[in-house]
Design a protein around this ligand. Structure first.
Ligand code: ADP
Length: 653
């Protein structure tokens, strides 16, 4: 049956000291096994058959002392696995009934691995001992029983130890205890000296750390001090900057206050405009000057300066201010609501930003009405004074002119008187010469005519010369008479119809003959007769025309040595009137511009002493001029020195 499986439960009731008791001790040595059968035979022997063995139990022979005393011994103790420190030499103490140890070994800490070998000393059944051990000072309690007969401890700490061991046999009987005392010495690093050294080291380390720390702290402190200094100086500087800024601000503020007082109290109108001339702000002076508040002004006159300025040039002025960034200034008047004229002087200044762009315009208008009025008054006065001055000046000028005129008149009169005087004496001197020359010739040649020895040819020649000189004298006398007549206005023009061509052709013939007489035969005298000898009847004074032409042709011949003398006429219409223009052209000595001016005056004779002496009284051209004028015409000359002259004269019909 199942309960037989447990050998501990095999037993029987036995009277011990006359008391029935469960007795199982002899069966404790049975191994663990299945018990298949128990047989009690006739010999009082009990047989127990099991899976392992058959057990024979004879109660009569069961006299074993199951609880007899036996010992457990420590056989060997080794340290560090090889050195034996004990090999079973213990003595048995009878009083304690145990083996005693002789001396307690001291084991160095480094050898703190210890191995115990032990065994039980009993002769009954050695095999089935179980051991229990207890290291006092290390284990907390006894170990459980086991078959193992050794025990190792490793890494035991320092201290006093007692290794105790005991055995129990199959029948549950315990042996005596075996002891083994030993000491594990303190390790060097746990010794007092070591601790002292530790302390010292610690102190040294501590001091070092402290010192290092102090050093570090000092350095840090220094750094901090430096930082603090720097910061302090920075802060001081900042403080100074701030205080200067504050001062500047204060000054600026004061300045601003003053400015704001000035701006609000001034009688000038101040206007701030944007960059296009739109009003943004005006001061109180503006209202005082224009008698309108800002809002009233804007509603009545406009928001932009271009709309409300009465200056007609405002557009150009503003353009200059905005685009050329120039301050402009102009004066103009403004009509107030009550139609009063207020003169203002306006200055517009452009305000520029960093980029040189116009951001604002500031206009300042000052009332200059009083100044303007005073100025106008002064201007008016000035004008009056100027007018007076002008008048005076004119007067003075007039007087001066008068004086000058009178003076020149007087001078002229004086010069004239002197000139007449001079001319008169020169005329007289000249005249006496001019008269004497032909007179001498006439007288001389006439005397010669009386000479009986001269030939008839010579006589004729002489008489011709007498006639020529008489003619010259006669002409001179005629001239003088003419001049006298002209002076007294007695020269009469006798007009009649006559053939001009016939007259001129006759004249031409006479001249040609005369020419030979005055040794000018080599000079060609031409009559430019364009009318082909047809009759050209005109109504004029033929004698006077003849006289003028004679004068001019005579002069031309007189003042020409080589070349020709040509004369002619041309009927023309001047100013719707019929006119005849006569001309006498020569290739003679010519006249300078200066000479041309004077030759038509009385008694003027151009004298050039260095060259040839020309005879003449200087009357011919003066007489001709007078007669031409009486005939309703003009006389003039076109000439150049050395190249000849052309004398023209006209007569009106
Ligand atoms: P005169 O009797 O001296 O010729 P005129 O009155 O006829 O007086 O002329 C005045 C002057 O004008 C002359 O003295 C002469 O110098 C100058 N004159 C006149 N005709 C000519 C001419 N054809 N060529 C150059 N000079 C001339």
């Amino acid at each position: 049956s199942d309960h037989l499986n447990n050998p501990q439960q095999v037993g029987y009731i036995k009277n011990i000291n006359d008391n029935p008791n469960w007795y199982d001790t002899p069966f404790k040595r049975l191994p663990e096994m299945y018990i298949y059968s128990i047989f009690h035979d006739e010999n009082n022997v009990t047989w127990i058959g099991g899976s392992e063995l058959i057990y024979r139990y004879d109660p009569d022979k069961d006299n074993l002392e199951y609880d007899s005393q036996y010992n457990t011994l420590i056989r060997k103790v080794t340290i560090n696995q090889d050195s034996i420190i004990f090999s079973g030499t213990q003595h048995y103490d009878k009083t304690t009934k145990s083996y005693k140890q002789s001396g307690i070994p001291e084991i160095e800490f480094k050898n703190n691995t210890i191995l115990f070998y032990f065994s039980a000393v009993e002769y009954s059944d050695k095999k089935n001992h179980k051991f229990q051990h207890y290291l006092v000072g290390y284990d907390k309690k006894w170990s459980s029983f086991s078959d193992i007969s050794f025990k190792e401890y490793t890494n035991l700490p320092k201290g006093n130890y007692t290794f105790r061991v005991k055995a129990i046999n199959t029948y549950g009987c315990e042996s005596t205890e075996a002891f083994y005392q030993f000491v594990i010495l303190t390790p060097w690093y746990s010794s007092i000296l070591a601790y002292v050294i530790y302390v010292i080291l610690f102190i040294v380390l501590f001091i070092l750390t402290v010192k290092l720390n102090i050093k570090r702290l000092k350095a840090h402190n220094k750094h901090l001090e430096k930082l603090v200094k720097e910061r302090t100086s920075e802060i001081t500087q900042q403080k100074e900057e701030i205080s200067t800024q504050a001062e500047n601000l204060l000054k600026a503020n004061e300045e601003l206050e003053k400015l704001s007082i000035a701006v609000s109290k001034t009688d000038n109108a101040i206007v701030i405009m944007d960059a296009k001339g739109n009003f943004e702000w005006v001061n109180d002076g503006f209202t005082r000057l224009y008698n309108l508040t800002f809002d009233e002004f804007i509603t009545k006159r406009g928001k932009n300066i271009l709309d409300c300025s009465s200056n007609p040039n405002i557009k150009e002025e503003l353009h200059k201010c905005i685009y050329e960034k120039e301050t402009i200034s102009y004066e103009f008047f403004y009509l107030t609501e009550s139609n009063k004229k207020v003169w203002t002087q306006t200055t517009i200044t452009p305000i520029l930003d960093d980029k040189n762009e116009v951001i604002r315009l500031i206009a300042i208008d000052s009332d200059i009405t009083d100044v303007k009025l005073a100025e106008n008054e002064i201007l008016q006065k000035n004008e009056e004074i100027l007018a007076q001055k002008d008048e005076l000046e004119k007067h003075r000028f007039h007087l001066e002119k008068l004086v000058k005129e009178r003076t020149t008149d007087l001078e002229k009169a004086k010069e004239k008187a002197e000139e007449s005087d001079r001319l008169k004496s020169s005329f007289l001197a000249n005249m006496s010469h001019e008269i004497r020359t032909p007179m001498n010739a006439i007288v001389g040649f006439t005397n010669l005519l009386n000479d009986p020895e001269i030939s008839p040819a010579q006589r004729e020649e002489l008489s011709k010369l007498v006639i020529h000189n008489s003619d010259t004298l006669l002409r001179l006398i005629d001239d003088i008479i003419d001049i006298a007549k002209l002076e007294s206005g007695q020269l009469v023009i006798e007009k009649q119809n006559f053939d001009l061509n016939n007259l001129l052709v006759k004249k031409f013939k006479i001249f040609n003959e005369n020419n030979q007489l005055i040794n000018k035969g080599h000079l060609a005298l031409k009559f430019n007769n364009k009318t082909n000898n047809e009759q050209f009847i005109i109504y004029s004074d033929p004698l006077r025309i003849q006289q003028i032409l004679s004068n001019l042709i005579n002069n031309a011949l007189k003042y020409t040595d080589q070349g020709f003398v040509e004369f002619g006429y041309k009927p023309e219409v001047h100013h719707k009137k019929p006119v005849i223009t006569f001309y006498v052209k020569d290739t003679g000595i010519g006249l300078s511009g200066e000479q041309q001016k004077i030759i038509f005056s009385r008694f003027t004779k151009v004298e050039d002493n260095k060259k040839k002496l020309y005879r003449g009284a200087g009357l011919g051209l003066a007489i001709s001029k007078n007669i031409v004028e009486l005939l309703g015409g003009n006389i003039w000359v076109e000439s150049e020195t050395g190249k000849g002259s052309v004398f023209y004269f006209t007569i009106t019909l």
